[in-house]
Design a protein around this ligand. Sequence first.
Ligand code: ATP
Ligand code: MG
Length: 663
Amino acid sequence: MSDTIQTLLQENRHFSPSPEFVAQANASDVSIYESAAADPIGFWEGWAQRLDWFEPWHTVCDFQPPHAKWFLGGKLNAAFNCVDRHAAATPDRRAIVFEGEPGDTRTLTYAQLKDEVSQVANALKELGVTKGDRVSIYMPMIAELAIAMLACARIGAGHTVVFGGFSAESLQERTNDAKAKVIITADGGWRRGNVVPLLKIVEDALDLGCPQVEKVLVFERIGEKAGADLAVSRHSHLLESWTEVVGRQSNDCPCEVMDSEDLLFILYTSGSTGKPKGIVHTTGGYLTGTFATTKLVFDLKEDDLHFCTADCGWVTGHSYVVYGPLANGGTVLMYEGAPDTPDKDRFWKIIEKHKATILYTAPTAIRAFMKWGLEYPQRCDLSSLRLLGSVGEPINPEAWIWYQEHIGGGRCPVVDTWWQTETGAIMITALPGITPTKPGSATWPFPGIKISVVGEEGVGVTVAGPQSTHGVPGVGGYLVIEHPWPSMTRGIYNDPDRYEKTYWSKFPGKYFAGDGVKLDDEGYLWLLGRVDDIMLVAGHNISTMEVESALVSHPSVAEAAVIGKSHELKGQAISAFVILRGGFEPTDGLVDELKKHVAHKIGAIARPDDIFISAELPKTRSGKIMRRLLRDVAEGRALGDTTTLADPTVVSSLKTQYEDKES
Ligand code: ATP
Ligand code: MG
């Protein structure tokens, strides 16, 4: 650990936005929190008014827990707001800058985007898709993926994007649950120099059975190497070539008039906690939430180039690659491939080449960059960057400071954004022109959002920004959202009971997020991870996150995952799985030193009982550590559902090694 980082952590230092940043910021007046808290409905209505509506709403919000509706009676179209209105006003502005893994690039202006979206929309109509249908999208992270999403929105069909790394079974399960009539795919995508044979996987899914699928629209991009041929496929009667079908369409396709509460998309969550849930989002509220948060959290402006590294298979790609930035008329950078192909500086090369100004990525990536070393970012010019974001997991203070210092050059504000597929848009975050940040804290709720930190009985402290924070030092509890907000999910597709039970039954009338959070004495929120991941050790609540951050602050540790293992006396005992940085050997001496280090940083109560040094950790395909599987390993149980793991072999080999060591 560098000395600067050590000092910063010890000082619990705040980072304030620079006067230059504040002078230009979309939001720089702290009173925004107070006014939004006094009238959240009015606050959101103000943002909705900045979208284009075909017909106004008569009621802003109708909340009958657990159901909320927003902008009732209002009519609009998401594609109109993300494409047409900018194609009319600024036709030559860039909408999408795309770079493929092999290095191919493509830029689409808003005028071009409108033409392409309209053609694909007409193609979907020719294939029989009508308003109210669902379409499943299984594509690599190419411009056509965003185009396909917007084409569905244009004709009023709900899309369900399935991440291109998922298997045939996962695709089949999600496609059938959503009852999608058409699948849009590509022949293949690039990942670490290899072809991901998407069309072949679609064919396997069709073999497994997708009875309601009538057509598959295939974007041919890779050709022979993808190993699939439309003409000779066993499913050739279903397959349609994008080049042919889209190619013959007119670029004139009027936008369907959609009700504010009509379905925009269904997105299945990554499954860190169990069977994937089909999270439903509707049009008006979702667009309002993503539009407002993009403008204020990313401070998005006309001349920005917004690089969100998430795939559109996740909600982050939906909200902050497609809908939020494009609703703002912004320019987004889409990159198809892996961050280490051809070398570990790929992101930095992309930023340098295209002059990206905003970078939004995940802690898992940041920890990998730290492990790879400084030489990679240091050999690229990152001076175009002016803002950095993080999402997906709690970010360890160590990683936050590294990101701020080495990627942001010490000048870029860092926004750590907490939210979920279910919330649609960012809920807890700094506003970069206003909020002094602290490494590791997501800071305050977004204006108009009221968060409570509550105990088992549902009583606790409510936080709605800087004015209303009365932190009780160190108080931790459940994260609860008090008010409905426009972009909240409207439910779980096909499973209303699960929706009510999961989010609204623990604290009736309030949204229970399933995460733990701690409030500090300055009213800052510190996310502790999933409630299931919080340990109860000898009567003390200890978050896996805190112990992991303590471990990661040791120079030998690259990554750590901590779990509570059943213990006769203590209830739970702390077990840690640790990946070492290059150059460190897994000795007993080191294990002892790490235990001492944690005890020193947090207290003796948090000292891990055992530390297991491993080469890899089980992660979801979105890069999150799956602690429930590590609990299965440590407690010697059969492994639970592993279908959403990025690499299921990691956990089975880990289990074998662990059991060998134990015996
Ligand atoms: P599933 O719900 O199927 O188990 P998931 O929760 O991983 O999957 P997402 O909706 O993509 O699916 O992730 C939301 C969760 O990610 C949050 O509930 C939280 O646990 C975690 N998270 C996201 N951003 C942050 C953040 N900035 N800080 C801490 N945790 C975060
Ligand atoms: Mg979740």
